[in-house]
Design a protein around this ligand. Structure first.
Ligand code: SDX
Length: 443
């Protein structure tokens, strides 16, 4: 809506208008862009042109530092105040009162379940934990030292071939059963990947156990001896799953939304999310934190390590966040559970290094000025290690937990009338109008 001047908009009346008035100094034209939810629609910039046949203005935002890709009601984060809310409930309340499967229900259905709804949900997931026997043959094709995240990504993608009907994403029942299958089978696939790596026979799901206890059983049960994990450790794992369940438009969720926007089946979309989470800057950070603490080795080495970070020779893994510029509320909760877990399993020397590393970093201007605080990955690895979870399985557990969030976000995306296939534009910087040179004439 190009205007000759702002006066045409009744600015003399002084009423507040939720609009942005933009003057293009190349032409002197003024444009009125509506503001809703403290944002403007990037497509409204396209009307700003010099010549009528111009493409119009684009917004350029590498890594989407300041771009909202969707409207979502699932998770709210206030990065400056360190607040995390799922469907209106604070992460602190959910960790204190809820279970991972109940939080999964909340994320996907948008409300806390009634007792009947929860019982039905838990029953469905419990009775879908088995995977097709062919998956075992598929797993055996991996080398003994294959990273379990690579095995998980491949296995989840393979599941799409066992459930071809899941392509019918316009069918609410298909989407429901795909959600149940993904949440139910992720721990089984994860445990199978671990058992393959250590050369142990697979342990089938035990439907008498809770979701977290069943995962520990499939990971660690040996022979016919009953496997009865300490309930305090089971609760700590359940809380870790809650803490990792969803986190609005993080890199892996954005991958699931983007791949899902092509209307591929949800198994393939979630496999793309696993690939994104695998990266050391994202879900792979918890594995990197443990390796970092091992490298530091003892408290006396912390100052030299931090100097290396300040000289940009490495990153302080488990610190920093694109959104949180305050303490990640999840890290605060995990820190509390570390003491509970170590009271059962015994002290871990890495905790002493981690606590001192955090203290020194939070007292150092370099980190304070960059608003670098511990994130969800800084202490989680210490709990996983206390649970005897090997380092390369830690991101796998992150993937198990995030499956509920990925599904909730995928469902919200396919049901959002504003969404369509994800296809960003670009600013072309390459050459044009070159003439093809035959091979024998090239220098
Ligand atoms: C997760 O997005 C999500 O929600 C993710 C997640 C989820 O639940 O899905 O929360 C899970 O991915 C948590 C993050 C796990 N990753 C790590 O712990 C890896 C270490 N952290 C960094 O790589 C980094 O902090 C990121 C990737 C998390 C964020 O990267 P950004 O947004 O590029 O960081 P920034 O722009 O805020 O950095 C500001 C400054 C920069 O320095 P200058 O160039 O301005 O001098 O801080 C520096 C960065 O170089 N910096 C770090 C640092 N993180 C940022 N310096 C040292 N160590 C770090 N960890």
């Amino acid at each position: 809506m190009p205007l000759e001047s702002a006066q045409a908009l009744g600015t003399t009346s002084g009423e507040r208008r939720d609009t942005l008035t933009i003057t293009d100094n190349r032409t002197g034209k003024t444009y009125e862009i509506p503001i809703t939810d403290d944002s403007i629609r990037a497509i409204d910039l396209r009307q700003i042109k010099v010549n009528p046949d111009d493409f119009g203005l684009l917004s350029y935002d590498p890594a989407y530092l300041n771009t909202a890709s969707c409207r979502s009601a699932i998770t709210y984060i206030d990065g400056d105040r360190g607040i995390l809310v799922h469907r209106g409930y604070s992460i602190e309340q959910l960790c204190e009162h809820s279970t991972y499967l109940e939080v999964a229900y909340l994320l996907i259905h948008g409300h806390l379940p009634t007792r009947t709804q929860l019982d039905q949900w838990v029953h469905e997931i419990t009775y879908h934990t088995f995977v097709h026997e062919n998956i075992k043959k598929f797993m055996e094709g991996f080398r003994y030292d294959a990273h379990p995240m690579g095995m998980l990504m491949a296995s989840v993608a393979a599941l799409s071939t066992f459930y071809p009907e899941s392509k019918r994403i316009d069918d609410p029942w298909q989407n429901h059963i795909s959600a149940v299958r993904l949440i139910a089978k992720m721990p089984t696939l994860a445990a199978f990947a671990y058992r393959h790596a250590v050369g142990l026979p697979y342990v089938y799901p035990n439907n008498d156990l809770s979701y977290p206890a069943n995962f520990l059983s499939m990971m660690f049960k040996i022979g016919d001896a009953p496997y009865e994990p300490d309930p305090r450790l089971v609760r700590a794992l359940d809380v870790l799953l809650i803490l990792h369940a969803d986190h609005e438009q993080n890199a892996s969720t954005s991958a699931v939304r983007s791949v899902g926007s092509t209307h591929v089946d949800p198994f393939s979309a979630i496999a793309a999310g696993i690939g994104a989470l695998y990266g050391p800057l994202h879900g792979g950070a918890n594995e990197q934190v443990l390796q970092m603490l091992n490298r530091i080795g003892k408290v006396e080495n912390i100052p030299a390590f931090l100097q290396g970070v300040k000289e940009r020779r490495e990153l302080l893994m488990g610190f920093g966040h694109r959104v949180y510029k305050n303490y990640d509320p999840r890290a605060r909760i995990i820190r509390k559970y570390v003491d509970d877990v170590l009271a059962v399993t015994g002290m871990n020397p890495k905790l002493e290094i981690a606590v001192e590393l955090e203290r020194q970093a939070l007292a150092d201007e370099y980190f304070v000025s960059r608003k670098l605080f511990p994130n969800v990955d800084f202490y989680s690895g210490i709990i996983y290690e206390a649970l005897k979870i090997p380092t390369d399985m830690m991101t796998v557990i992150f993937a198990i937990a995030r499956t509920a969030g990925w599904i909730a976000q995928w469902l919200e995306m396919i049901n959002d009338p504003e969404q369509k296939i994800s296809r960003p534009r670009q600013i072309y910087t390459g050459p044009l109008n070159l003439t093809y040179v035959p091979l024998d004439q090239r220098g």
